[in-house]
Design a protein around this ligand. Sequence first.
Ligand code: 5GP
Ligand code: ZN
Length: 134
Amino acid sequence: MRGISSGVYYRRIIAAGSGGSVIDCVFCRIIARQTAADIEYEDAHVMAFKDIYPKAPVHVLIVPKRHIASIAELSDDDAEVIGRCFLVARRLGETKGFADKGYRVSVNTGPEGGQVVYHVHFHFTAGRQRGHGA
Ligand code: 5GP
Ligand code: ZN
């Protein structure tokens, strides 16, 4: 790990909760390059970076650059950027060699959906065999 106790990160994540302001958002800070991350892809609308605590051999987070708190907060205006996130997932699948083997793209939403960071993000995970279901 990076020599940082997990408590540091969890305090920051909590500060970015649904009631927090954008300036407290850990992913907005990564997008603004105020916090370091291993960036895998970036364009004008979308950024993708490695998850700091990977749950699979490949674990990349795909985020819209504009702060959207969660799927539950989406508006019609967000349709294009959300579609762009899926196109970045396709690109990651291709560049990382998983286009044929397959990968998973998932989104946690709200407290019972397991969302911890309230800036919409798509988990791109690959490289591990899994069964059907969640
Ligand atoms: P959620 O549970 O909200 O769907 O997922 C949040 C993810 O963000 C977790 O997998 C967690 O490891 C990751 N994460 C939290 N803080 C940071 C950070 O500062 N940098 C990076 N790269 N990932 C983070
Ligand atoms: Zn944000």
